[in-house]
Design a protein around this ligand. Structure first.
Ligand code: GLU
Length: 287
């Protein structure tokens, strides 16, 4: 029988809060109930927002709440070459294209196409779908603009991908009871695969790393539920066996809002400084 492998994968761009504690401890609980392994991954591709100090503070907080992870910690910033290879495969398959429009450029282009921001379709995160303009550029035009140093990101040609692999794509949710979810990658339009300043994005790195680390169970917040559609698509393209998923409920603040790293009051740091104990943290998140 294969041993289940779980992971907690925070981004060290702020301090951990109670919501992270819940996610980390739920992973720990599920790993211990199934005799599984528990890994920690730092999703630190954003070299501006992620810092060694924030990573150190995350490790301290995780240690304090009793999250017990295997060494070594995988740091995404140490593996850009691996993501670059994956990106090159997508480029080789002609499934991505250079996208030159800035956020303002997207709005402008939508108006030029006779649309407007309120009626133009948006992705599950609320961002305007990328207009089809750059997808239609000739190779010559692309090369010219790249040659002139115009910044660009790489976006997936969603229509082409779905034409090639078909629309039928599913994943398994494990809890509270097992069920199958139909992936809806089309809702994301031409999603970003590599950002302007790096050869990757959250979606690409997470799929490559979950595969390389042999993750069998992805347990993470409901806020990433829709992202899983993109992940299933990339797994199909790269012929990766998908893990099973559990998108758990989020811990909300008193106003019913999602907790955020920018709020100080629910950060594990400040709770610890106020004298809250590890046991109280476990009780607060119900684990
Ligand atoms: N790094 C992501 C975050 O902190 C989570 C990634 C994941 O669990 O798939 O929101």
């Amino acid at each position: 029988m294969t041993v289940p492998v779980f992971r907690f994968a925070p981004s060290p761009n702020g301090h951990l809060h109670l919501g992270h504690a819940y996610s980390a401890l739920l992973n720990r609980q599920m790993a211990s109930e199934t005799g599984g392994r528990l890994l920690l991954r730092m999703e630190d591709i954003d070299r501006e927002r992620c810092t060694p100090e924030l990573e150190r503070s995350m490790l301290e907080d995780l240690y304090w709440i009793g999250f017990e992870w295997e060494q070594p910690v995988r740091r995404q910033s140490e593996h850009f070459a691996v993501y670059r290879q994956a990106l090159d495969r997508l480029i080789g398959m002609d499934l991505v294209y250079p996208a030159f429009l800035s956020r303002g450029g997207i709005k402008h282009q939508i108006e030029k196409l006779g649309g407007n921001q309120s009626s133009w379709p948006r992705d599950p995160d609320g961002a305007l779908l990328y207009p089809p303009t750059d997808r239609q550029l000739s190779t010559r035009e692309r090369e010219r603009r790249i040659g002139e140093g115009e910044p660009f990101s790489w976006r997936l040609n969603m229509d082409r991908v779905l034409e090639q692999i078909g629309e039928a794509l599913f994943w398994s949710e494990t809890a509270p009871e097992k069920h199958i979810v139909e992936a809806r990658p089309r809702d994301w339009g031409d999603v970003i695969i590599a950002r302007k300043d790096m050869p990757t994005s959250y979606h690409l790195s997470v799929v490559i790393d979950d595969a390389l680390q042999g993750i069998t169970h992805v347990v993470r917040g409901k806020d990433l539920f829709h992202a899983t559609s993109v992940h299933r698509l990339l797994q199909r393209i790269f012929d990766i066996e998908p893990p099973v998923y559990h998108h758990h409920a989020l811990i909300l603040d008193y106003d019913g809002e999602k907790l955020s790293k920018s709020r100080k009051d629910t950060s594990l740091r400040s709770l610890r400084q106020e004298g809250v104990t590890r046991q109280e943290i476990h009780a607060l998140v119900g684990l």
